[in-house]
Write a protein that binds this ligand. Structure first.
Ligand code: NAP
Length: 314
């Protein structure tokens, strides 16, 4: 039997997706949330979240996401775990999605697929993730394991400079490892790094190994200088990888407008180039990328989906 046409389908289950689910559920729209392969989104890859308002002691990232899920379900959101959206067709209305081989039709769609941290793609990096390797200084920088310790940041863009500067509050020393001899970051951010007496740039260098997998924690990084081919090891308690993000938007290529990097173009509020398709969170935001901003955008998207349905008498 064909499924009924859904009023709101939310693709993604991070802060943006679950907040959209909460608001549209409370508007009695019984949203369907397709969690994708990473239920709870990127926040589940971090440990304690200390900058989400309302949790003075901090909150475990996974716990926060489970709470958001439960809050949305309490008002009637239906969460389908692990469901993979294989394709979308926004060319006619209702929109059509292929989910695990079956067709789902939707009057509105909220895209909240997030973004992934770009990785160095080293085996030792993967083995030590959450054990000293992290992708978010704002989330993890203040953890006790990093306090008064030497730390290494990789990258040369605004993110890397921002993270390195932020980490100077906690670290004994910050090494900024960049593969070229010049920062890509905006001048003001770059200057802040270059002026800091706590940050030491390490130019023309790439990380070749994170030590020490045998000890199950970060103790140092091994670097190669691309100009001299010389090796160097820097002792550190943490490696902060800040080499950019990759929005999870492959699925929507050719269906909605995106910028060159693949971030969904957001029109007024949460609108996309297709009326009835809305967007929220990191898949459309390369500037703020915070749990709270993603949640705010999820709220906007849900309110706009509700208005769209009202205006169209759907
Ligand atoms: P980005 O500008 O793309 O910079 C990524 C950096 O990582 C580049 O320096 C790049 O090196 C390096 N990199 C990429 N792949 C690498 C690899 N495999 N190994 C080693 N290094 C690698 O990314 P971002 O810094 O995350 O910034 C993204 C956007 O957000 C930008 O538009 C930025 O302005 C914005 N942003 C703004 C703020 C702010 O205004 N407060 C803060 C953060 C980000 P190359 O330079 O050699 O390419």
């Amino acid at each position: 039997m064909a499924r009924e046409v859904e009023k709101v389908v939310i693709i993604g289950s991070g802060c943006a997706g679950y907040t959209a689910a909460l608001y549209s559920a409370r508007a009695n729209l019984k949203p369907l949330v397709l969690t994708g392969a990473m239920p709870g989104g990127l926040l589940t890859t971090t440990s304690i979240v200390e900058n989400y308002p309302g949790f003075p002691e901090g909150v475990d990232g996974t716990d926060l996401m489970i709470r958001m899920q439960q809050q949305a379900e309490r008002f009637g959101a239906r969460v389908e775990f692990g469901s993979a959206v294989e394709s979308v067709d926004f060319s006619s209305h209702p929109f059509r999605l292929t989910v695990d081989g079956a067709e789902v039709r939707a009057l509105t769609v909220i895209i909240a697929t997030g973004a992934g941290h770009r990785h160095l793609d080293l085996e030792s990096e993967a083995a030590l993730e959450k054990k000293g390797v992290t992708y978010c200084a704002t989330c993890d920088g203040a953890l006790p394991m990093f306090r008064n310790q030497p730390l290494v940041v990789v990258g040369g863009g605004d993110s890397a400079c921002e993270e390195a500067t932020y980490l100077t509050r906690f670290a004994s020393r910050v090494y900024l490892v960049h593969r070229r001899g010049q920062l890509r970051a905006s001048q003001i951010m770059a200057q802040r790094v270059l002026d800091s007496d706590k940050i030491e740039p390490v130019w023309d260098s790439v990380v070749t190994e994170v030590l020490d997998v045998a000890q199950d924690k970060v103790t140092a990084v091994r670097l190669k200088n691309l100009k001299t081919q010389g090796d160097r090891t820097i002792d550190c308690a943490g490696l902060f990888v800040a080499i950019g993000h990759v929005p999870n938007t492959q699925l929507f290529k050719g269906q909605i407008a995106m910028d060159e990097a693949g971030y969904v173009a957001r029109r007024e509020g949460a609108q996309t180039s297709v009326p009835g398709v809305f967007v929220a969170g990191d898949c459309s935001d390369h500037v703020y990328r915070q749990a709270i901003t993603a949640a705010g955008m999820g709220c906007q998207a849900a309110i706009e989906a509700e208005r769209f349905l009202g205006q169209q008498n759907l």
